[in-house]
Design a protein around this ligand. Structure first.
Ligand SMILES: C[S@@+](CC[C@H](N)C(=O)[O-])C[C@H]1O[C@@H](n2cnc3c(N)ncnc32)[C@H](O)[C@@H]1O
Length: 259
């Protein structure tokens, strides 16, 4: 009897380990587990949204005016407690490198969320450089404002509230933009291609504009990848990596506009 009890417990343990391994390596399974189940449960028992929980953690654990401490706090929270869609520490290093190589004066980001990537970029850019970051969710934009302020990078970053299409159409007239030097594309994946084509049409790209797109493998933006890789207007480089805070495969695509 005892033998069978030990055997069943052992088997149950093995099954559990297999589920954990599957979930960690499979982006879709992990997200279902973390975002929809764990996130839902946390929100159910808390009066704060996930984004408010990020802000609370930053205010408690980071140092005001120190952007690196803000990034470290966010990365720590999301590696240990729950999952979120910031570009994250691993792909963040690629973003840092490509941004520094481009040495832009004007950056456009599509998809602010809580401001993690905006803080990441702002800390590397010299005084006078401007980042315009676009967010259509008012609650996210509000959290981003507070995180940018706390990190001490508010002077370099302007959050433009509205849909990417609407804001892109207003950049020249309303925000006095001529062309953009560096674009970080990280909003909903079905907008990557239409927004890129729109920026081409409006003349917002110049020879040498660098477009860096996140999540081109997971969740994936196949129509965008197919377009830039097959177009004579772009020189493309793929940077393999992993989905933020996970082992599942993901990557960034750099597309340099040739005019
Ligand atoms: C992946 S998150 C951005 C993460 C952020 N770049 C970071 O790494 O910290 C995507 C964000 O884009 C916003 N978004 C999605 N589609 C958008 C659109 N068409 N226009 C404006 N914002 C959009 C979402 O509300 C969400 O906050």
């Amino acid at each position: 009897m005892e033998f069978y009890t030990v055997l069943s417990a052992g088997l149950a343990g093995l099954v559990l380990l297999a589920i954990v391994a599957l979930v960690r390596h499979h982006g879709g399974a992990y997200l279902t587990w973390h975002v929809y189940l764990q996130g839902y449960m946390k929100s159910l028992f808390s009066s704060r949204s996930k984004e408010q929980r990020i802000l609370d953690f930053v205010l408690k654990h980071a140092v005001p005016g120190d952007p690196t401490s803000v990034l470290n706090a966010i990365d720590k929270y999301f590696s240990q407690q729950e999952w979120a869609m910031n570009v994250g520490d691993e792909k963040g290093l690629i973003l840092d490198r490509v941004l520094q190589e481009a040495s832009p004066s004007l950056v456009l980001e599509l998809g602010t969320y809580c401001g993690y990537s905006a803080v990441r970029m702002a800390r590397l850019l010299k005084q006078g450089t401007q980042i315009l970051t676009v967010e259509f969710n008012r609650d996210n934009a509000d959290i981003a404002h507070q995180i940018l302020q706390f990190a001490g990078v508010k002077d370099k970053v302007q959050v433009l509230e509205g849909s990417s299409e609407e804001v892109i159409r207003q950049l020249q007239k309303k925000h006095a933009v001529d062309t953009v030097d560096f674009i970080f594309i990280d909003h909903w994946k079905d907008r990557y291609l239409p927004d890129t084509k729109l920026m081409e049409e409006l003349g917002l790209l110049r020879k040498g504009t660098v477009i860096l797109a996140d999540n081109v493998i997971f969740p994936g933006a196949p129509d965008y990848l197919q377009y830039v890789r097959s177009s004579p207007k772009y020189d493309c480089t793929y940077y393999p990596s992993h989905l933020e805070y996970l082992d599942a495969e993901d990557g960034l695509e750099k597309a340099v506009y040739k005019g």
